[in-house]
Design a protein around this ligand. Structure first.
Ligand code: C5P
Length: 308
């Protein structure tokens, strides 16, 4: 069944663990990561159009309007490429109008661009009435970027390969996160290049996730989880943005169960014991003036889905 218009909501991701191996000849690093989707979401409104065009608009939810300037509105936008790749894979030549409302920070280490690509796949599939199988959608997602399959998946999941091979992880409970947003993003390839530079003399080990992290998730134990959060890209992100060290220290002083850089940064993430504790951490970060913005978010959240 084709639809005239749909709205798709898609969550941001954080990495509870991000273990990174050495650079391979394809320009990527082998990963073992545990993703969690959090309820800081972008929304895409998609409408059918009569000609074969794909058009795009972007508005930024709440925060600095200048941020939208960073997001391309042409074929360089991953959401555009997602719709275009899907129609080429299935052999249709329909068009679509995509309006993205962004709340996920741009270049923030939270898969903002990948989330929009995942949302565009779900939206285009609905608008064009394709009924693409989940497996085929995940395969198209993996061609678009390493984090795109997880953005379809949502919840809490293990990522291997480039991060694109996703399987679910048993996680009980709900986790309260505080996110410290920076005033400007960090480029993922630049952070990986810095990781390579820092590890030049001692190549990184085979990437592995600590069993203690998986048992903390199975037990639904935030204190145990907070103690074992890990990110192999953190050193590289801090090397490029030394000021993030102070941001992390503010969260630690406030008794955050874990304080860590999210993915390739520069967003910082803090695990709280409950909502009240999360508010304390958020107020401390705001009061210390160490972040451009502070957001509370809960995980796990569902993956990209049609909400209207
Ligand atoms: O897959 P994606 O396009 O999101 O990756 C962006 C960049 O991040 C890649 O071009 C690469 O430099 C780096 N990357 C990597 N290893 C991964 C994932 C991403 O080196 N597993």
């Amino acid at each position: 069944m084709t639809m005239q218009s749909v709205t798709v909501r898609v969550p941001a991701k954080i990495n509870l663990a991000l273990a990174v191996g050495g650079l391979e000849s394809d320009g990527y690093h082998p990963l073992t990561t545990v993703y969690q989707a959090v309820d800081l979401c972008d929304e895409i409104r998609a409408s059918a159009v009569d000609d074969g065009d794909i058009t795009l608009t972007v508005t930024y939810d709440g925060r600095s309007a200048t941020e939208t300037a960073e997001v391309p509105v042409d074929e360089n936008n991953l959401a555009y490429r997602a719709a275009d790749l899907l129609r080429r894979r299935v052999g249709v030549d329909d068009g679509i109008a995509l309006s993205i409302r962004k709340a996920i920070p741009v270049s923030g280490g939270m898969a903002g661009g990948s989330a929009d690509a995942a949302a565009a796949l779900v939206a285009a599939d609905a608008i064009w009435g394709l009924g693409t199988s989940r497996q085929d959608l995940l395969a198209v997602a993996a061609e678009l970027g390493s984090d795109v399959p997880f953005c379809l998946f949502g919840g809490t999941a293990m990522g291997t390969g480039r991060g694109d091979q996703v399987s679910p992880v048993l996680a009980r409970g709900r986790y309260c996160w505080v996110l410290g947003l920076a005033d400007r993003g960090l480029s993922t390839p630049v952070v990986y290049a810095e990781f390579d530079r820092l590890n030049e003399s001692a190549p990184p080990a085979e990437p592995q996730v600590a069993p203690a992290l998986l048992s903390a998730l199975r037990a639904g134990d935030p204190a145990a989880l907070g103690a074992v959060l890990s990110n192999d890209l953190q050193e590289a992100a801090l090397s490029l943005r030394p000021e993030l060290t102070e941001t992390l220290a503010v969260g630690e002083e406030c008794g955050a169960l874990g304080s860590i850089v999210s993915g390739s940064g520069p967003t910082t993430m803090f695990l709280a014991g409950d909502e009240e504790h999360a508010l304390d951490i958020a107020l401390a970060l705001t009061g210390a003036g160490v972040c451009a913005d502070v957001v509370q978010a809960a995980g796990p959240a569902p993956g990209a889905r049609v909400i209207a």
